[in-house]
Design a protein around this ligand. Structure first.
Ligand SMILES: [Zn+2]
Length: 186
């Protein structure tokens, strides 16, 4: 603050982490003012490099971040922001900006809700999505048993896509599947 050499605030990368799951949600930038506002309000504020202004996360979407803890790294050039999010953190509607690409695409389709979208028809009908997972699972199995590598890749792509759509249709998130897998390894 009060630096005479204008324009560009000193920016520190802020790694935003879910306080419960430990999952990394997003990366953003903080200047001193963002840090001060975050401390004062208990909600995450950042500096937008593209808009060149301070912004309160969720000021338009309502998906704010309640800050549990701010932690500086060993030499003070990064901040860990541990939060409880009020909704999906990513603008795509995914819970994390680092969610798998396919998932972010599906959540984007869900937000857009374009007329005639196949994804939307699956999201609106969990039974249809479930039936497709059954069909694609069988096709992937058949391809795996006796068809070319190319066919197997195609069928597994269909299976993954429809599995994600089914999770979305049921209001679930692949992060929950990851958590379940991690629990089994422990
Ligand atoms: Zn994002």
């Amino acid at each position: 603050m009060g630096s005479p050499d204008l324009g560009r605030p000193e920016l520190t990368p802020a790694i935003v982490q879910d306080a419960d799951s430990g999952r990394v949600l997003m990366l953003a930038w903080m200047d001193e003012e963002a840090l001060r506002l975050t401390r004062e309000t208990g909600e995450a504020w950042f500096w937008s490099r593209s808009r060149r202004q301070l912004w309160r996360k969720g000021e338009t979407s309502g998906h704010t971040l309640a800050v549990e803890e701010l932690r500086e790294d060993c030499d003070g050039d990064a901040i860990l922001v541990r939060v409880r999010p009020a909704g999906p953190t990513c603008h795509t509607g995914a819970s994390s900006c680092f969610a798998p690409w396919l998932w972010r695409r599906i959540k984007e389709r869900e937000l857009e809700r374009s007329e005639g979208s196949y994804v939307v028809s699956l999201l609106d009908d969990p039974k249809l999505a479930a039936r497709k997972v059954g069909e694609e699972g069988l096709e992937a199995a058949l391809a795996g048993a006796s068809e070319s590598d190319e066919r197997l890749v195609e069928e597994v792509a269909d299976l993954w896509f429809h599995s994600y759509a089914l999770l979305a249709a049921r209001g679930l998130d692949p992060a929950q599947v990851e958590d379940e897998l991690r629990r089994r390894v422990r």
